[in-house]
Write a protein that binds this ligand. Structure first.
Ligand code: EPZ
Length: 420
């Protein structure tokens, strides 16, 4: 089993280019079945979740090739509409294929997505949206069986701005009769990127980025080229690494406004953060300070995915920072592992109180989930000694070669085999 060995205490100086957004490319890969033609997706990151999505596309009968960060999907020959349990278990967010397969094939069978490290991951909002469009959905032997050859546009009122339910609503309604209006839609940049892609292959979607998205159903499908937006959470994570380690670093290939709440927080902690057109410069020379409560909210609020890395950056800050996690019920699983490094964190339900300590000590720690694992990398860079981080499969779901990226700016970090 491979581990990351991190010798903390050194500065980070240099430039890291940030790869394409996992949470944008996944729904776009699902949407590619609607093109019924060839799609070229550029700036596609090399991640295990992306590989899982490619496996699903191939299983559906699509031809998929990859060269560096360019993935070509030809969905002309798609001849299946089911995703088996084994593939569903590889990636929980595969539920995003439901709307796309249903719109393409008129039916879809997916193994019920399991929970995940963040606690129960219900899909009730996805299913109620599809039922509103006229789909018949039953649950049989652990599968979700969806039928809907003649979906009809309607109004879909989302009780919460669920990212996945918004995406599935856009996908399922894109080829039905009539108009669909999605209210209380998620406003994340990845939703906007999905709209851009859908319109390139002939769909008629507007309003992404606002709370109201309108989809004019039509019988579309054509080839397209698309460059995926940069990963705002990966960019935020690398900036948190520079904050705790100290140094002068730049992340490039980013859209600064997409992570404004995170850069504002780092400025409040005492870092100098200067956004450019498509890069962000950070200078961390002074002792970090605690900041006002970090409250996670749907975009444009503070992103839940940046909560763990920012929490790690706060571990040695002067003072106490309160975190309030409003999006997921179980998103403090990294706290126990951070405490092994000497962190002073008290958790009460959705609230975590992080009190800065003078120093962190390296320790063997285990990734609990994707962003929790990233938090361990951040903390280990600010710890004295050599930490060993295991269960890297969590981190590799969302960070492309994280050790190479950080080593390129001076981090003493290697991926190696665990000798124990
Ligand atoms: C997406 O997950 C992202 N994943 C998550 O990123 C991200 O944390 C999340 O949005 C919030 O921004 C992808 O895009 C692949 P939600 P998603 O539906 O769509 C509840 C990462 O680290 N809910 O917006 O699953 C749900 O339980 C991952 O990259 C229902 O109750 O998130 C949660 O509490 C982690 N019923 C809240 O809504 C539903 O039917 C927000 O979930 C759906 C969701």
């Amino acid at each position: 089993m491979s581990i990351l060995r991190v010798n903390g205490g050194g500065r980070l100086d240099g430039v890291i280019n940030v790869h394409g957004a996992k949470n944008s490319v996944l729904p776009i890969l699902a949407a590619s079945v609607l093109s019924r033609s060839e799609t070229v997706i550029r700036n596609c990151p090399d991640l295990t979740d992306v590989n899982a999505a490619i496996k699903i596309l191939r299983r559906l009968g699509c031809r998929v090739t990859r060269e560096d960060d360019t993935v070509c999907v030809d969905s002309r020959e798609m001849n299946r509409f089911d995703i088996p349990d084994k593939l569903m278990r590889e990636m929980r967010s595969s539920v995003i294929f439901l709307g796309a397969i249903l719109a393409r094939a008129g039916e879809a069978v997916l193994s019920m997505p399991g929970g995940c490290e963040l606690g129960p991951r219900p899909i009730d909002l996805h299913l109620s949206a599809l039922r509103a469009l006229g789909a018949e959905i039953s649950e049989e032997n652990g599968n979700i069986v969806c039928k809907g050859r003649r979906l009809t546009g309607c109004r879909i009122d989302l009780p919460i701005p669920s990212v996945g339910a918004t995406e599935n609503s856009m996908l399922a309604s894109s080829r039905c009769r009539g108009t669909t209006v999605i209210t209380n839609a998620a406003r994340e940049p990845e939703i906007w990127d999905l709209q851009r892609y859908l319109n390139k292959i002939g769909a008629k979607v507007r309003g992404a980025g606002s709370s109201i998205i309108t989809v004019e159903g039509s019988d579309f499908g054509c080839s397209a080229e698309h460059k995926v937006i940069p990963d705002r959470i990966v960019a935020a994570t690398y900036l948190c690494c520079a904050a705790i380690a100290g140094g002068r670093m730049k992340v490039t290939g980013v859209i600064p406004r997409h992570l404004e709440t995170v850069t504002d927080a780092l400025c409040e902690m005492g870092c100098v953060v200067i956004p450019g057109d498509n890069d962000i410069y950070i200078r961390a020379e002074d002792k970090l300070k605690a900041l006002k409560p970090v409250i996670t909210r749907p975009y444009p609020g503070f992103p839940t995915d940046a909560q763990p890395p920012l929490m790690a950056a706060c571990l040695k800050a002067e003072g106490t920072t309160a975190f309030v996690e409003n999006i997921f019920r179980n998103r403090y699983r990294h706290v126990g592992e951070l405490r092994r490094m000497g962190a002073d964190i008290r958790v009460e339900d959705r609230i975590a109180m992080v009190s800065g300590v003078k120093s962190l000590s390296a320790a063997p720690v285990t990734s609990t989930d994707l962003r929790g694992g990233a938090a361990l990398v951040v903390a280990s860079l600010g710890a004295e000694g050599t930490s060993e981080i295991s269960k890297l499969h969590h981190i590799d779901r969302g960070y492309e070669k994280i050790e190479e990226a950080l080593a390129s700016v001076g981090a003493d970090i290697v991926r190696t085999e665990n000798t124990q």
